[in-house]
Design a protein around this ligand. Structure first.
Ligand SMILES: Cc1ncc(COP(=O)(O)O)c(C=O)c1O
Length: 376
């Protein structure tokens, strides 16, 4: 068992839903709580330093040029909303998104469409997702927004290809990276993304309610602000200053007091990911993914995630009539997973041991046996 993940009675294959914390994150939160109880905010400057340290870690993970390109947000949905309501739309513009996106990356565009008179084009990804998305763009397309990894199928989009094509056409590129960040290396600059967002609670192994928002510095000041407060000002902290000039950095998207508790936790979780190294994490997830896929296929399950486009998610359909029951059996056996898109979604992380993966497969075997017995 990995020393940072002393889990009890579970095989956590649900990092695409709500991931667990490592031990160091528990410690960071407990220490922060203790400090608050004993010393209040006496050392507030240290907390502010922790915010900036976390911003630095986040910028490394996202592949931003500098920490100033990162804002902390409540969650993915909030950052998507800031983009949807902050861009200078002209009536008749259109936005392209994949069909079957997670609701966050759909409703914001539909809501903005109503407000600004936009068209939202929902595109079936098919065999060649990047081609399909590009083909749906025309001269009125202002932005394409997609998840880096589809939440249900686990299909990974080639962001490099898509970003280059969009840049050549002058179309803004928005990436919901919540199913990618923390599972695979990410390169916001390299894929020419204009906006990247992710909450901490999945592959980043941090709590819910503290998210990252990367904005390409070239467009930062053209994204109209949706929220205002003392903290987003250039002179934040100088409370007597009557000016209202926003910070030039991405802090302009952080209106008020930071989520200090969340940031302390996020800092601990990101430090583990970066110390481990995203290449090593990618490698280990791949090993577990292949192990699971082989074991599932050997037990008659159909793998739904296209192998060549896998990230961390492994979606499969077991040979059973009652999928809900099969899922309940797994949950009952402590194998945490999700029912998504007409199948079961497994999502292993780097810290699993081979034995844990094998135990997951044994639980699948038992659930299949159970299904055979009840249908006999
Ligand atoms: C693709 C995708 N986007 C966003 C979210 C969650 O959004 P938020 O961080 O706003 O809760 C999920 C969660 O399942 C997701 O899979």
């Amino acid at each position: 068992m990995h020393p940072e993940f002393p889990q009890e009675g579970i095989i956590h294959l649900n990092h695409a839903a709500v991931g667990p914390w490592p031990l160091r994150t528990q410690q960071a939160v407990c220490e922060f709580a203790r400090e608050n109880v004993r010393e209040g905010s006496h050392h507030y400057p240290n907390w502010l330093q922790r915010v900036e340290d976390t911003r630095k870690l986040a910028s490394e993970l996202v592949g931003a040029a500098q920490p100033d390109d990162i804002a902390f947000v409540k969650n993915t949905s909030e950052a998507l909303s800031m983009v949807a309501f902050g861009l200078p739309w002209v009536e008749g513009d259109n936005v392209v998104i994949p069909r079957d996106e997670f609701p966050s990356n759909r409703v914001v565009w539909l809501a903005a469409a109503e407000r600004f008179g936009l068209e939202v084009r929902e595109v079936a990804l098919g065999e060649e997702p990047e081609r399909a998305l590009i083909d749906a763009c025309d001269r009125r397309t202002r932005l394409l927004s997609c998840s880096a990894v589809q939440y249900a199928s686990g299909l990974r989009i080639d962001l490099q290809i898509l970003g280059a094509e969009l840049r050549a056409r002058g179309i803004r590129f928005c990436v919901d990276a919540i199913q990618h960040l923390g599972a695979l290396p990410f390169d916001a600059e390299g894929c020419l993304a204009d906006f990247v967002m992710a909450d901490g609670h999945k592959w980043l192994l941090a709590p819910e309610g503290i998210g990252l928002f990367y904005v390409n510095p070239e467009i930062r000041e053209r994204l109209q602000l949706q929220e205002y407060g003392w903290n987003m000002l250039a002179h934040a902290g100088d409370f007597a200053n009557p000016g209202m000039e926003p910070a030039r950095s991405a802090r302009r998207f952080e209106p008020g007091s930071p989520n200090m508790l969340g940031i302390h936790a996020l800092h601990a979780s990101l430090s583990l990911l970066l110390e481990t190294g995203m290449d090593a994490i990618d490698h280990d997830i791949r090993t577990h993914w292949m192990h699971l896929a082989e074991g599932l296929e050997g037990r008659g399950c159909e793998i739904l995630t296209p192998r060549a486009r896998r990230a961390g998610i492994l979606a499969f359909r077991p040979p059973v009539r009652d999928l809900d029951r099969f899922y309940a059996e797994l949950q009952g056996a402590g194998v945490l997973c999700a029912l998504r898109g007409g199948g079961i979604r497994f999502a292993p992380h780097f810290y699993h041991t081979e034995e844990q993966i094998e135990q997951g497969l044994v639980a699948v075997e038992r659930a299949l046996e159970q299904a055979r017995m009840t249908s006999a």
